[in-house]
Design a protein around this ligand. Structure first.
Ligand code: C2E
Ligand code: CA
Ligand code: CA
Length: 733
């Protein structure tokens, strides 16, 4: 199956491709834009949040230190004895826990008394063994200890603040306050990094205290440790930077020897960038599709001219076949008024494309278009039907009457000069009238083609207007065509030979070979007048011609062997044969194969066919003539060519057409014409022969005019090879 892609689809496809490239490009730009924006935004965000969190924690620790110092001072200044004294419980009750304080208490160094709010110490508990006590006593100043795990819980981490109680400069114990780490954690948890970031509280060595170690993956831990070590080494209180995997900010928390680390994974950011870009891309696409759909449905007129333009032929810029059909239907046929459809066909297009480069052919196409356009009227439309055919519609039969059709074909058949070369085109026009013979464009086209096909059989016409009989004729043509194909295979074609006589000497100096066909399929004998044009217009002429040449050459070769002297055998050559590829080469090969001489062969070419493409014809005729073949012009006088012009061709013989011979004895006009032809031909040193001589009156008039070579029923009908041999013997005797 061949997929035909219309121009419209091609454009839509390239549109889509362009769009995709565009989207890709803008997405790439958007990607980098989003990326740097997002990175900046995230960095700014964590910077801000880090400041807030650090401030919160610093405030908390500051207030805790202040509270515990204040409490210690109180204990110091009071003159009550420390220890198991109800007054102290009362005192502690006046300091209810607030500002995040979980416990408040004091420890007496001498006996280990531990008074504390909210908690009942286990039986053998001695606060003096607790890490916060040991550290606090050692430091002998108000301070935070390291985070530690509560004795009655394996999970709960606490932070202790201690302040020494001194009496008369002597250390007597520690005032303590504790908060749960969870409280700090809650502050950290409040920080929402939109899933990409994490906050940690770490010690000076980078060991993560918060959140609980098991919640932090190892890579992250190591990375954080590395960052902190780097900061500590550099003596930094706070820093912001990025490592290979992270953006980070560190802040030291004054009172506890800890640091806050805020981190955002770079990978997480790029994932977010991808997501954002993808969303953007989808939005672009949706908007584009929405715009196109809206355009298409709300106002097709916006896109219609563009699509119309696309349906034009790429070379001639005329509407394509499909488009033309639509236009004719929409603009003309719906009106149901009389109109005319024309198929303007260039019959020799294949030969022209074979002979000239594509650029020349394209220029030619446009020149043809211009010539046709000169014949267009206001209410008419021209389109491209195919490479070699144009199609036109006239919304008025008068606008394109017979006269205009003649003018058109004449104008189109004038030579075209392209790059110094004259190109000849052979045009025929098939016409069909609407609505008489079709009110749909398809049937009009079909009928115009039937009309076109009918022309080939009536050689001299250049246009035909459809009549219903033509369809029957077309069917007949098809039958003959099929029968010919079979006939060629079954060797149904045979040759007859008609003598050409010199009236002065009575000698037979040549014969014309004529083809005969009795078709088994059709059950009758068909005249070459009927089947030769069909062979020509249906692509069979070259094979048929080849068959004829073989039969004639074989006959000549046989006569040579049998020593039957026939000086020259004339073969009718169709212009299609003459201009076919390798005609000359094939002919020479056959001459060689059958062992005959080109001097024995004459080639008959009709005058009209020579005039169709004189340049190409001259070239091939020159070669043939040089090789020894003689060339005769058949049907001379019907083509209105001047002898001067024919003088540029290598010719040997003129055959005066039978139409001038008929009743020449009675028609003065014919006689004058024939006399002129004979005089000029003699001047140009050409033989002259009159064909179709049927009676003595014609024969004697011709002789009187100086034409002594004749062919016709008066002397002999075309004969079979056998009969011809008998005839020759008789003449010789
Ligand atoms: P043409 O080449 O002009 O051939 C002459 C035709 O006139 C022949 O008809 C011939 O039989 C006929 N004719 C000869 N003498 C007379 C006469 O005194 N009176 C009348 N009325 N007719 C006469 P034919 O054989 O039917 O051929 C008709 C045409 O068919 C030829 O015209 C030629 O154009 C074509 N044709 C015939 N044989 C061949 C062939 O082998 N090859 C090609 N390409 N065309 C051929
Ligand atoms: Ca002939
Ligand atoms: Ca003839």
């Amino acid at each position: 199956m061949i997929l035909r892609v219309s121009n419209k689809n091609k454009l839509i496809a390239s549109f889509v491709v362009l769009l995709l490239i565009g989207l890709l490009a803008s997405t790439t730009v958007a990607y980098f834009h989003v990326k740097s924006r997002l990175e900046n935004a995230i960095q700014q965000e964590i910077q801000l949040k880090a400041n807030v969190v650090a401030a919160k924690i610093n405030n908390l620790t500051k207030s805790m230190i202040e509270q515990v110092e204040h409490f210690a001072l109180h204990l110091n200044l009071s003159d009550v004895e420390l220890g198991k004294h109800p007054g102290f419980d009362f005192f502690m009750k006046r300091h209810p826990n607030h500002s995040g304080l979980e416990y408040l208490g004091y420890v007496v160094d001498s006996d280990g008394y531990y008074g504390i709010t909210n908690w009942q110490a286990p039986v053998d508990y001695d606060a003096r063994n607790r890490p916060w006590y040991i550290e606090g006593k050692l430091a002998n100043a108000a301070r935070f200890g390291k985070p530690y795990i509560s004795v009655d819980s394996d999970r709960e981490a606490l932070l202790a603040v201690t302040s020494p109680i001194t009496q008369q400069g002597k250390f007597v114990g520690l005032a303590t306050a504790h908060i749960k780490f969870d409280y700090v954690l809650a502050i950290l948890r409040d920080i929402d990094f939109g899933m990409v970031g994490k906050a940690f509280l770490v010690d000076q060595n980078g060991k993560v205290d918060l959140p609980k170690i098991q919640n932090v993956d190892l890579i992250w831990q190591n990375e954080v440790k590395r960052i902190i070590k780097h900061d500590v080494r550099a003596g930094l209180k706070s820093a912001d930077d990025s490592s290979e995997q992270l953006f980070y900010i560190t802040k030291s928390i004054e009172h506890i020897a800890s640091r806050l680390v805020f981190t955002v994974s770079k990978r997480a950011i790029s994932q977010k960038v991808y997501q954002d870009t993808l969303t953007l891309l989808i939005k672009f696409l949706l908007i584009f599709v929405a715009v196109i759909i809206t355009l298409y449905f709300s106002n097709r007129h916006i896109l219609a001219p563009l699509f119309n333009y696309l349906e034009l032929d790429s070379v001639t810029r005329l509407p394509s076949k499909k488009h033309f059909k639509q236009q004719v239907t929409q603009n003309f046929l719906v009106l149901n008024k009389p109109g005319r459809l024309l198929i303007i066909s260039m019959e020799n297009f294949n030969r022209i494309t074979a002979a000239y480069p594509a650029t020349t052919v394209n220029i030619l196409k446009n020149k043809i278009k211009e010539r046709i356009q000169l014949q267009l009227t206001k209410n008419s439309l021209l389109g491209n039907f195919s490479e070699s055919r144009y199609i036109a519609y006239y919304q008025s039969i008068e606008d394109v009457n017979n006269e205009l059709l003649v003018t058109m074909t004449t104008a189109l058949s004038e030579f075209y000069e392209i790059a110094g070369v004259d190109i000849y085109c052979d045009f025929r026009i098939g016409v069909c009238d609407a609505p008489e013979y079709g009110n749909e464009v398809e049937s009009l086209i079909d009928n115009a083609f039937s009309a076109l096909a009918s022309i080939c059989r009536q050689e001299n016409n250049t246009f035909a207007i459809f009549k219903p009989e033509m369809n029957q004729q077309f069917i007949d043509v098809q039958k003959i065509h099929n029968a010919m194909k079979k006939g060629l295979y079954a060797e149904e074609f045979s040759m007859v030979y008609q003598p050409q006589i010199n009236t002065i000497s009575g000698e037979l100096f040549a014969v014309e070979a004529l083809v005969r066909w009795h078709s088994e399929t059709l059950g009758k004998t068909v005249s070459p007048v009927e089947f030769i044009p069909i062979a020509e217009s249906n692509g069979l002429m070259v094979s048929l011609g080849d068959n004829i040449i073989r039969q004639v050459f074989s006959q000549v070769s046989q006569w040579n062997r049998e020593r039957i002297v026939i000086a020259k055998v004339s073969i009718n050559i169709s212009p299609l044969q003459l201009l076919a590829h390798r005609f000359y080469e094939d002919l020479m090969a056959k001459v060689h194969d059958f062992d005959i001489s080109p001097k024995q062969i004459e080639l008959e070419i009709t005058e009209t066919s020579l005039l169709k493409d004189p340049n190409a014809s001259i070239a091939i005729l020159n070669k043939l003539s040089m090789s020894g073949f003689s060339i005769a012009i058949d049907d001379f006088g019907t083509g209105y060519s001047s002898l001067e012009y024919l003088n540029t061709m290598p010719l040997h013989k003129l055959k005066i057409d039978r139409s001038f011979v008929i009743d020449i004895d009675k028609k003065a006009k014919s006689a004058v014409l024939v006399k002129t032809i004979i005089a000029m031909a003699k001047n140009l040193d050409l033989e002259v022969l009159a064909e179709g001589v049927e009676n003595e009156a014609e024969a004697s008039t011709l002789q009187a005019l100086g034409c002594d070579k004749v062919q016709g029923y008066l002397y002999s009908k075309p004969l079979t090879a056998e009969d011809l041999a008998t005839y020759v013997m008789a003449v010789e005797r």
